[in-house]
Design a protein around this ligand. Structure first.
Ligand code: SAM
Length: 284
């Protein structure tokens, strides 16, 4: 490591197989003054496995502003700091953004130490198009919110990538099938880099049925990947739906305009409602 005083290192750790820990990550964790972690017990376990002793500091998402201020003081006192997550890359559906933004705003050096991230790991082996993808993190918990949210990405031509727990996956696959259509190709990438690593491929409908009938496939952690809307046809259709919505929304309340536009074009009422909200927001 070169000059490390006051440097914030954002360090990726394995998502399962500890053999995926990089040499650079180990070198940084050995040499920094403080390691900030979401769960210090978990981090202690990981560090001990690699024979590393470190001063640990808890960095929680629910009090991220306060935690970040404390860590900025550490950095401004000239000490170096490594931020780690429980697994994978910090900031990717994990805490860290507030700290990195604050460090950059103060002109502090922020150095990424790359490694595993479940989304990229899944995408690299799922067999769905990877030239364009949209990472969406965890879907909203309630069914209606989730379906409205999904409607907003129904026309996205890139592969959609979601995080989900095994416990909730069946329900989320059902919501995905309801909004995007049960025939879309998808992959469930489960327990990546671990002993029971599994890739299940099929349509959304098939996968929802597969998980419903096989408890084992609902265990552990998983990434859901769904092929994008048909790039050519989907985009043309989406533009036509939005054109009709625009005309109707000029004279009608949005809810009514979205429902009518959906009936005229065969599009999704939910998606059009979300598009209308986004347009109204952008015009403000
Ligand atoms: N920061 C992490 C990353 O870079 O991948 C993600 C943290 S997020 C709190 C945890 C979610 O990541 C899990 O619910 C699951 O969707 C996904 N995940 C993490 N490890 C995984 C694994 N080994 N196999 C499949 N999915 C995994």
């Amino acid at each position: 490591m070169t000059e490390k005083a006051g440097v914030l290192y954002v360090v990726a750790t394995p998502i399962g197989n500890l053999g995926d820990m990089t040499e650079r990550a180990l070198a940084v964790l050995r040499e920094v003054d403080v390691v900030a972690a979401e769960d210090t017990r978990h981090a202690r376990h990981l560090l001990t496995h690699f024979g590393i002793q470190a001063e640990l500091y808890a960095y929680h998402e629910h009090n991220e502003d306060d935690s970040a201020q404390g860590l900025i003081k550490v950095l401004e006192s000239g000490r170096s700091l490594a931020l780690v997550s429980d697994a994978g890359t910090p900031l990717i559906s994990d805490p860290g953004f507030v700290l990195v933004r604050a460090a950059r705003a103060r002109g502090l050096r922020v150095v990424p130490i790359p490694g595993a991230s479940a989304a990229i790991c899944a995408l690299s082996a799922a067999g769905l198009p990877s030239d364009r993808f949209l990472f969406l993190g965890f879907p909203p918990r309630t069914g209606s919110k989730c379906r409205d949210w999904l409607a907003g990405v129904a026309a996205e031509p890139g592969t959609l990538v979601f995080y989900e727990s095994g416990r909730r996956a069946e329900r989320t696959l059902g919501d995905l099938a309801a909004v995007l259509g049960g025939g879309r190709r998808a992959v469930v990438a489960r327990e990546l880099t671990k002993h029971f690593e599994t890739f299940l491929s099929g349509t959304l409908e098939e996968l929802a049925g597969r998980l419903a009938g096989d408890e084992e496939q609902r265990l552990g952690e998983l990434v859901l990947l769904v092929e994008g809307a048909d790039a050519g046809l989907g985009a043309v259709q989406a533009r036509e739906e939005e054109r009709v919505l625009g005309i109707l929304a000029a004279d009608l309340p949005l809810k009514q305009a979205a429902a009518l536009a959906a009936r005229i074009t065969g599009g999704s009422k939910n998606r059009l409602y979300q598009v209308g909200l986004a347009l109204a927001h952008a015009e403000r």
